[in-house]
Design a protein around this ligand. Sequence first.
Ligand code: ATP
Ligand code: MG
Length: 390
Amino acid sequence: MNEIILLKLGELVLKGLNRRSFEDKLQANLHRRLHPFGQFRVYTRQSATYVEPMQDSCDVAGAYEALKKVFGIVGLSLARPCEKDKDAILAAAQEFLGDKLRAARTFKVETKRADKTFPMTSIQLSQYVGGELHERYPNLTVDVHHPELTVFLEVRDYSAYVHASPEPGAGGLPVGINGRAAALLSGGIDSPVAAYMIAKRGVALDMVHFFSYPYTSQQAKDKVLELARLLTPYTGQLTVHVVPFTAIQEELRRSCPEELFTIVMRRFMMRISQKVAARCGAKALVTGESLGQVASQTMDAMHVTGAVVNLPVLRPVVGMDKEEIVQISRKIGTYDTSILPYEDCCTVFTPRHPRLRPVLGEVEHAEEALDIDGMVQAAVDGIERIQIRG
Ligand code: ATP
Ligand code: MG
């Protein structure tokens, strides 16, 4: 018999959001994530979700790894099915959890009995299996309050199951339960982390990337697409909107005071991103800005860039140190790609002395001579949309 996967769901005590839509969204996301690994049956009983392979060919180990990255799940364990018989259950526990039983010093056994025709009570079965394990593993003593290892036994309708303490899941909320946002994705370390953090709160994402070919290379674009692909186990399928940005940057270099180049350029990014957001139903923009990290990330600069849009700008890493952001990027697996040495459009034409405290009126004045609507529209018209299936 194939193993099954047990999931513990998170944040079910949400205020205002209802439990049903949480579960429905999670179910839909689970089915999508499980699809490459075969056909599975997914159902929820008594606050646990069961993921059962329906064919022998199902890749349960692959599915388990994939489910570790699905938001809305706080814990996962693999469970071994066995016959509904006390000695079969004991044998399954020894075989399936042998390494854990040998490594732990303290343990306890907990039983859930859904099948009320089973001849022992939960307590009797726990005592029987616990007693036998205690005898067979001299390293183990029972600790019912803070055991290193909890052996869970479940007697259900068709089978019994054995499993151990769950591993941590991705946490957060099922993607899609909190609407959609457009995330500005550069090739750096911060923006993939920012996108991950907002997706974790249940937000579906569209990605926007500004591309300045030939100042930035095809490799730089491929790197961004790779970052998006690395995020899909968390976010689900993504569209990357690649915005041609060269013409705008060249125009700004010609006509904009050098020290305001970066801030004016970033205002164009925001305007264009807001157009993309409108097209895909996104209600917020997401950036990887962190306060004080570089010249364009002062509070004044954030005020002046934010002033051209009316959607909220979410900056989930705004209060984090670089080291904390790096830690998350390592954890989610984007770091090694982020540090590949390709140029980003933000480093093209960077002024030597960017204005640290731009003043809104002065920046607006610098933009007066520009055909802003025409420049934005031309960029939007040139967008290339790339689907990343993950
Ligand atoms: P990151 O590590 O995310 O690149 P950064 O520290 O390099 O950030 P900036 O270059 O000032 O900071 O960019 C700030 C934010 O603006 C980025 O986090 C990202 O959200 C957005 N951004 C910058 N360049 C681009 C780009 N080429 N395409 C899309 N978004 C961008
Ligand atoms: Mg960058």
